[in-house]
Structure formats: C-alpha cells, structure tokens
Design a protein around this ligand. Structure first.
Ligand code: GDG
Length: 729
C-alpha cells in the first residue's frame, strides 16, 4: 500500500459511487471542502471516506474495483454496511450530535446502539487512515462524524500529526453536558495536535467543557493532555471566491440571469437557499414573510420569496416531519395572500445545478439567511461573492458563525419574526448606493480569506503543532537515556539527589493540609533505602512548611529544604534565611481572607515566609476570575520590588523573591560536591533549580510543558519507578 504525507478524512468522499442497472458509476461532488483540499500545497495526499454506497450491495470484486477506481482520484474508501450507516450516520451523528450541537436538545436521541456503531465506525476510519499515512505524515480529520477518531489514531500512531476541524458549532457547556458520552468525545478529540473551529466562541465552549469535565485548564488556547500540548483556534472557513467570479462570466450563467430577470420582471426577489434542516430556521422564515405581507400590504403582488431547499437526511424522521410542516405552511400562506397571477412563495425541494444557484444569487434583491444555529453558513458568503457590481441586501441571522465576518449585513434574531419582517422591509427599501457600499466591504473581506487560504492556514498551524510535539517528545526520557542514568549512578562514588515533593513524588491532593499529602509507606521505604546508601546524599526540596516535611520523613537521614529554601535542615538542624516577612503577612491576610469568604472551596495556607491561596477545589471559571482580581489587589497592597506574587498550579503564592529553589540547589551542590547529580521537580519553582545546576546534571521534569530540565517523565509513577530502580542498585 502506498503511503501519503497528507491524509484528509471526512465522512463522505468527494466522489460518490452509485450502482445503476448493476453498473458502478462515479459522480464527483465538488463541495467547498474538495476545493480547499485540492489547493493545498501538499501534493502527496489522499482522501479517506465513505464512498456513499452500502457495502451489503457490493461483491468483493466490486469493492476492489471501487478501490482501484478511487485510487486514481486519490481517494481511499471506507466501506460501511447499511446498518452502520443507519446507526452511525443517521443515528449518533445526525440524531444525537447534530441536534444537540445546534441547541435542539429535545430532538437529540440517545441509544446505546448508536454509540456502539459510532465508536466502531470511527475505529474503521482510524485504521484506514493509519494504513495509508506515511511515517511522519499528517492526518486532517473533518467534522462531528469522526470525533473519536483523533485519539483512536493517536493510539495506533503516537507520532502522527493529527488535525481536527469541526464544521458545526461546539455548544456551551450547559448543553454539551447533556451528552451521555461527553467525556469520551472530549478525550476522543484530544488525540489531535490541533483542533479548529469556525469561530472563537466554539473554541471557548470546547475549552470550558474540557475544564469542567476533565479538569484540564488551558492557557491561550493550549491544553496539556497526556503529555502533549493540544492547540485550539478559530479558522473561519471561506469560499472559493474566484469560482463565483468565473461562473458569473460564463455565457450559460448570463443567460440564466437574463431569464430570471424576465420571470421576475417588476417583482422584488427574496431568495433563500439551504439544506432542508431544522437548524436553518425555515418555519420562522416563512412566518416572518407572512408578517411582511400582513403588515406591509404595499409589497403584496410585488415581492416573491423563492425558497430552494435541498433534500437532506431524508431517512431521518425529524426531517420528514419538518418537510411536511414547511409544505403545509407554504400552501397556507400562498392560499391566504396569493392571487390568480401572483403566488407569494415559490418553493423548490430539489438540488439545482451550481450555475443556476449562482444566477439566483446574482439576481436576488435580498438573500434571507435565518438559521437558528449554524456553524458558519456558506450561503451568506456565496451570495455576497455573486454580487459583482450588482446591488443586493443580505439579511443574516446572528446565530451563524458567518455574522462575525459579515457585520454589514442586516443582522437579525430569527426567533423574533416581527423584526425579521421589518428587516425585509428595510432591505427592500434600501438605496442602491448603500447596498453596493455594504457589499463592497464584505467582498473585500471574503476575497482575502478564501477557502484556499483557510486550508493553507490550518495546515500551517497543524505542521507547526506537530513539530512542537516532536520537539517535546525529544526530551522524553528514552530507555537508552534511562539506562545511561542508571550506569552513571552506579559508577559514581558521591551522589546528590534533590527531589521536589508534591507532583514529583506524590500526586496532587485537593487540600493543602499536610495529613492529606503524607507519603505512602512504599514511598518512605524507598526514600529511606536511597538515603541509607553511604554514597548518596538525598535532599527533599519543597514549598511545604518545615513541620510537614519533618513529620513525614521522621527517622530518615535527609537534608530537608522547606518553603522553597526559606528553611534548611542540614544534619538535623534547621536554619532560616534572614528576611522580614511577618509584618507583610499580617497585611496580606485580611485581603486574602476576603477572597476565601467569597470563593467557596478556596483556602489560605500560611507559612513562615510565604502565604498561599489554594483554589484547586473552586469552580474553574470562578477561580480564574477571582485569581486575576486577587493578584491585582495583592500587587497593589504589596508595592515592594523584593516580594513576588507567583501563580503556580491552582495556587497563588506570595513570597520574597530571594527565596527560591535555585539558591537552595546551588547551596546543596556546594555543600555536597558529587560526581552524579539528579534533580527532579514538576513546576515553575523547580525550574529555578534546573537552571542553577551544572548542565551535565540529570535534571528531570515530571509532567508535560516547557522546561529547562534535560529530561521529562510523564508521571509521578514513572518517577517513582526510576527511583525504585536506583534504590536497588
Ligand atoms: C456545514 C455547516 C458550515 C445549497 N443548495 C444548493 C447548493 N447548496 C450549497 C451552498 C453551500 C452549501 O450547499 C451549504 O453550506 P452551508 O454552509 O450553508 O450549510 P451546511 O450544509 O449545513 O454545512 C455550516 C459548512 O458545513 C462548512 O463548514 O458553513 O455551518 O452546517 O455551499 O451553495 N449547491 C448546489 N445546488 C443547490 O441547490 N449546487
């Protein structure tokens, strides 16, 4: 099997296979996505997806014929049975996810067999992509049908560069939390290196769900997950702008435009084009049009609403019901207001050829785009692009992603049907000059961020994200370097071992109270074994107060460094730094106490040389707001250069700058010169230590993220396993 540098994956291939009178036929369906993908710089690419025909109707010979034929068009088929299509596509994708993600929670159905099929089909797609991607290649997965695929692919190919783009909205946490498989889906997506959304709001919703459901906090759109960084960002999909310009110049389009001019002579044309879907707000649109005819009788006989509704998901019951409702409403309005020579609404339930759609866009006086929710909405952009030099007004729902880029449209709330009717009247009476002005501004914007630019932008960021992951991975301690470390330890006569405690030897606990975080018997035994080895000098360097460290490691001959270096115990005797902090602490206490009272779940920890606000148990968004507020207030109160306000892992700590683990580590190194130095830690306070120690030291960061350490281990368990091995040498 040939391997490709870039694999594009979507539920449907851009080529559909149909069987007519026993013969296989191939029909290209060049949507916007196909154009974007074909213009990507990467030429060595293949598209993985379902070819649109159920495999129950195909013999093995036919399947391999399809495979060969599609390979010529750089496509690779994933065959699905009728049952799989029913449960995965019509079921989980369109009967569970689509309604929920468009805020129609009452239409979202939950069945175990939907979910089983969804997982199963996502796995088929992951295996298919893995079978065609080259070593070091990239995979770009599209849309809500394949949200489990990124992590499934990641587990087959840990080093692949994986991107995911969601074409529909990502709903707010309040809606998303209703999904029974909400955690699985988030984890599924987090297999990717880059997750793209149309607009920033969707990315924000996704991040907030990750925070609330998985406890993952993000910084500037970046999340740390299973030792990798996952980037999220907004990439508003564009259109193939030139294609609309070209099509307008074609003779057939020009002919169609003049024919439409004849048909609608003396009549204002309001146009709507969409897939027949409940998210598109079609009943609301009809009601608004009825109000226009009722409230503005001057338009009767002078305006027509032409609705092109493309058949979609016709097998799903909700869609059948919607179609009936629409047809009845159209008949009712036509019956109520129509005359012998004028029908107010012309309704077409069919797919029209592309040139005809462009001719309609060019001819329509008004485009009426009313979704209740829409990830982006390309129709709005296409209408604007088809108006080269011609006037026209776009009425656009606030609930579409497109509104951000098209603020010159008349924006409407589709549920407020009266205001939509008013917007129609405004549009129909707007001066030509104003129409052209607004269109011009929007056209310039659409021309600069086309679908091609969108694709290239995403791919650029994806390659960068993949590169960074590999960079990070290089620091991961390989088996080879682990063995080298063990050998160096074994060979050295004097060894200095400096260990941070929380997050390095012990997983975080949710309370700062010492009894909660005390070492296990196993950990104590291991530290004891290490400390009793005559060649070793072991130091625990922690931000914890001296009392806690003393109690936890009683009976073991260790050097203890407490409060980040404020207190040091050499040979059983504590000494402290000479810094005045007590009076400042008295000043800070009431300020911090105020935040504790207002922020359920937070608490203060007081040490001799620092004071800490812990917010691990606070609702994440609230914690974020409060932490920011508190930091600002504290900085004002302190007003001293030698005191720092530090943001750690779910803590804010105030301490003198001169107390840090870097000084502590240098001192240890001077007191106990050793041929072998190992230092391990997990957070920003340990970075001071990594920076100060000589470069040949074995510095180890536990957990993900940037570091000055030479090596990284992914978890406390891995760190423990390493120390365990050392303690037996
Ligand atoms: C999803 C998201 C997001 C329509 N009628 C005909 C026809 N069309 C074409 C339009 C347009 C496309 O179909 C519809 O795209 P939309 O963006 O409006 O909506 P969805 O299908 O729901 O698409 C959406 C999009 O993905 C891309 O990310 O914008 O939010 O829901 O291109 O021109 N084309 C032809 N005949 C028709 O009768 N030839």
């Amino acid at each position: 099997m040939q391997a490709y540098k870039l694999v594009v994956v979507s539920n449907r291939l851009p080529v559909s296979v149909v069987k007519q009178s026993g013969k296989l036929e191939y029909q290209a369906s060049p949507g916007g996505l196909a154009t974007a993908m074909s213009s990507l710089e990467q030429t060595d690419k293949i598209w993985v997806g379902w070819p649109g025909i159920a495999s129950d109707n195909l013999t093995d010979a036919e399947k391999s014929e399809i495979q060969t034929e599609l390979a010529k068009q750089n496509c690779f088929p994933v065959f699905l049975t009728e049952k799989q299509v029913e449960l995965f596509y019509e079921g989980y994708s369109n009967d569970t996810l689509w309604p929920l993600f468009h805020y129609f929670q009452s239409l979202s159905r939950h069945h175990d067999e939907y979910w089983e099929a969804y997982e199963q089909v996502n796995r088929l797609f992951a295996n298919a992509a893995a079978s065609v991607v080259a070593e070091g290649g990239s995979v770009w997965i599209h849309d809500y049908h394949l949200m489990m695929m990124p992590s499934m692919l990641r587990s087959i190919m840990p080093h692949a560069t994986i991107g995911f783009f969601l074409h529909i909205p990502f709903p707010s946490f309040e809606i998303y939390r209703l999904l029974p498989q909400r955690k699985d889906i988030l984890r599924g997506l987090l297999g990717a290196d880059l997750i793209g959304f149309h607009v920033y709001d969707y990315a924000r919703h996704f991040l907030s769900s990750c925070l609330r459901l998985l406890g993952l906090s993000s910084h500037q759109g970046l999340l740390e997950y299973e030792g990798r960084t996952v980037k999220t960002d907004a990439y508003p999909i564009g259109i193939d702008y030139e294609k609309f310009r070209r099509t307008l110049d074609e003779t057939s389009t020009k002919k169609a435009i003049s024919a439409l001019g004849e048909t609608y002579k003396g009549m204002k044309l309001i146009l709507s084009v969409d897939r027949l879907d409940y998210s598109k707000g079609i009943p609301e649109r009809l009601e608004a049009f009825r109000i226009l005819l009722h409230d503005y009788p001057q338009w009767r006989g002078k305006v027509r609403l032409l609705m092109v509704a493309v058949p979609s998901r016709t097998e799903v019951k909700t869609y059948q019901t919607l179609r009936e409702t629409i047809e009845q409403t159209v008949s009712r309005i036509n019956g109520e207001y129509g005359t012998v020579d004028w029908a107010p609404i012309s309704y077409q339930f069919q797919n029209r050829p592309f040139e005809e759609v462009v001719a309609l866009y060019a001819s329509a006086d008004v485009a009426l785009v009313t979704p209740i929710r829409d990830g982006m909405n390309l129709v709005a952009k296409e209408y604007v692009a088809s108006k080269q030099g011609r006037p026209g007004v776009l009425i656009l729902s606030e609930m579409t992603g497109a509104i951000d880029e098209l603020p010159e449209a008349l924006s409407i709330n589709p549920s407020n049907t009266r205001s939509v009717a008013e917007a129609m009247h405004t549009a129909l009476t707007m001066s030509k000059r104003e129409q052209i002005r607004r269109l011009g501004v929007m056209q310039r914007r659409l021309k600069s961020y086309t679908v091609q630019a969108w694709g290239a932008d995403f791919m650029n960021d994806l390659n960068a994200a993949g590169g960074e992951r590999e960079q990070q991975h290089k620091k991961r301690m390989s088996e080879e370097s682990r063995q080298e470390l063990l050998r160096a330890y074994d060979a050295a006569d004097e060894r200095l071992i400096i260990l941070d405690y929380d997050g390095t030897l012990k997983d975080f606990v949710s309370s700062p109270r010492p009894f909660m975080a005390k070492p296990s018997i196993k950990l104590r035994r291991m530290i004891k074994r290490l400390a009793e080895n005559k060649k070793n000098h072991v130091a625990i360097v922690s931000g914890r107060p001296k009392k806690a460290l003393e109690r936890w490691f009683r009976g073991i001959d260790l050097t203890l460094v407490a409060e980040h270096g404020a207190w040091t115990r050499y040979d059983g005797k504590w000494t402290n730094v000479d810094v005045e902090f007590a009076s400042l602490k008295r000043q800070l206490r009431p300020v911090m106490q105020k935040y504790v009272s207002r922020t359920a779940g937070s608490e203060i920890e007081e040490k001799d040389y620092s004071i800490v606000w812990h917010y691990r148990n606070v609702a994440p968004e609230l914690a974020y707001v409060r932490a920011g507020e508190m930091k600002r207030e504290l900085i004002d109160v302190i007003d001293r250069e030698d005191i720092g306000v530090f943001s750690g892992d779910k803590v804010i700590e105030i301490k003198p700058n001169e107390i840090n683990k870097g000084y502590a580590a240098s001192e240890l190194e001077a007191v106990y010169p050793a041929g072998f130095v190992l230092a391990a830690g997990d957070d920003y306070t340990d970075e001071d230590m990594f920076r100060e120690l000589p470069p040949e030291s074995y510095t180890i960061k536990v957990g993900p993220g940037d570091t000055k350490a030479r090596f990284q281990l992914s978890s406390v368990d891995d760190m423990m396993a390493l120390l365990e091995d050392l303690s037996h040498l």
